[in-house]
Design a protein around this ligand. Structure first.
Ligand code: NAD
Length: 458
């Protein structure tokens, strides 16, 4: 036994400010060791037959399902998110893994007519992939990357956010228990600037799949460029929720608060700009006020809670700054006081599209209501952002719904709904919201290389 002290990270519970756990903190050497383990495990993992790889993924999904209650409670306490949301997210992990069990046996190539022989394509795994994950949806976002990565025959080094590492460590344990061989999934809990950057720069890492802020995404893109490393980026958003006067205004207003206050606004898909046709503004604001006041903010472990605390004191201070300097707070919800990083949801109205609150990703429970005159102004304002992740259009005019949906520069649009993410459909950003798509069949393209083989028949 050496007397050397192991560095640790204290994991804080946002609802109580208490220490939930203390976990070993990885350094750069640990990252190197994790990459070496993943590299050593790769040849055997890619050689597992597609049917057996599918079976192992199915067992992994079952292990997550069997431990769903514990995982959901851990996630709810670590992130401060409502237990009902956490349960849904763990359920999604099971669905994602099960969905990608269909992949190993369906990674099809094609035969292409050519002169003088036969030409065919193969989908090859990349090797070691590094998954870098944020703190807002830790286990769900991990699964979006891990499912296709493992299904395609890659091995993985997973770096969760330092604030929320607990479910990632559980996943590592469950993968082993499900029979996924040692070295295929390796979790390192460490700081972004050290461990994260080491993974991005490591010569034995073939690809980085990153979800997080646009600033860090730019840095990762720049570092990865040095070795032409494959990169997918899921970054920030400032999505527009566009409400036309011909919409079901009550329905749109009832749905709007949780479309931005869900996960306490710490959601890349948050519809943090509500664009309302001016002729319907009064009606909309009245209905919105009722809905905002009804949002239940409180203990994440209470079944009825809809919004928990923010992730940390630092983050709360950043969010609160958007209510300073004469911000027009039109509606304010309520939140508990005392210990915990609580923040009462707020609606700013009317907001000028040039204001900071209309342009920056606040990543907290604050929404800007922006009036517009007509369809073309709505589209212009909605597209006047560096981001393009998600958004909604509320109207009863089907032609307008599709015209606007097609005109918006954004990856996912819902018509008369505020949902963004489905296991079977592509999710990702236009513009500075990212590169690549997760979920659905398209994600597999980002975890395989396309190889072309020509056989001469001459
Ligand atoms: P972040 O960018 O600070 O951190 C994300 C991850 O990257 C963490 O694991 C962190 O340790 C690591 N990291 C930080 N600096 C790094 C560096 N220099 N090199 C390598 N890794 C580094 O983001 P966050 O605060 O954890 O999450 C919030 C952000 O994530 C928001 O901007 C949000 O919009 C975005 N997000 C996007 C999506 C999406 O799918 N588009 C989903 C969730 C969150």
């Amino acid at each position: 036994m050496s007397g050397a002290k192991v560095a640790t990270v204290k994991v804080i519970e946002p609802a109580t400010e208490g220490v939930l756990a203390e976990v070993a903190e990885a350094g750069v050497e640990d990252a190197d060791r994790a990459v070496a383990r993943a590299k050593a495990a790769f040849p055997a993992w890619r050689a597992v037959t597609p049917g057996d790889r599918a079976k192992l993924l199915r067992r992994f999904a079952a292990a997550v399902a069997d431990n769903a209650d514990e995982l959901a409670t851990l996630e709810a306490r670590n992130v401060g998110k409502p237990i009902s949301d956490a349960r849904g997210e763990v359920g999604m992990v099971v669905d994602v893994f099960n969905y990608y069990t269909g992949a190993p046996e369906r990674l099809l190539g094609s035969t292409i007519p050519v002169a003088g022989g036969v030409d065919m394509t193969f989908r090859e795994p990349l090797g070691v992939v590094a998954l870098i994950v944020p703190w807002n949806f830790p286990i769900a976002i991990t699964s979006w990357k891990l499912g296709p990565a493992l299904a395609a025959g890659n091995t993985v080094v997973l770096k969760p956010a330092g604030l929320t590492p607990l479910t990632a460590l559980e996943l590592e344990r469950l993968a082993l228990a499900a029979g996924i061989p040692e070295g295929v999934l390796n979790v390192v809990v460490g700081a972004g600037r050290t461990v994260g950057e080491r993974l991005v720069e490591h010569p034995d890492v073939a690809k980085v799949a990153f979800t997080g802020s646009t600033d860090v995404g730019k840095r990762i893109g720049a570092l990865a460029a040095a070795s032409i490393k494959r990169v997918t980026l899921e970054l920030g958003g400032k999505s527009a929720n566009i409400v036309f006067a011909d919409a079901d205004i009550d329905k749109a207003a009832a749905s709007a608060p949780m479309a931005v206050f869900g996960n306490a606004g710490q959601d890349c898909c948050a519809r943090s700009r509500i664009l309302v046709e001016r002729t319907a503004l009064d009606r909309f604001m009245q209905a919105l006020e009722k809905a905002v006041k009804a949002v239940r903010v409180g203990d994440p472990l209470d079944e009825k809670t809809e919004m928990g605390p923010l992730i940390s004191a630092d983050h709360r201070a950043k969010v609160a700054a958007y209510l300073e300097d004469g911000a027009k707070v039109a509606i304010r919800g309520s939140a508990p006081s005392g210990r915990g990083f609580w923040f009462a949801p707020a609606v700013l109205a009317p907001v000028d599209p040039r204001d900071r609150a209309a342009r920056e990703e606040i990543f907290g429970p604050i929404v800007a209501v922006i009036p517009f005159a007509d369809e073309s102004e709505a589209v212009r304002i909605a597209n006047d952002t560096i981001y393009g992740l998600s958004g909604s259009v509320w109207t009863t005019n089907a032609g307008r719904a599709f015209r606007v949906a097609r005109a918006l520069e954004t990856g996912t649009i819902s018509i008369n709904s505020n949902t963004s993410v489905r296991v079977t459909t592509p999710f990702g950003g236009f513009k500075q919201s990212g590169i690549g798509r997760e979920l659905g069949p398209n994600a597999l393209d980002h975890y395989t290389e396309l190889k072309n083989v020509f056989l001469s028949t001459g």
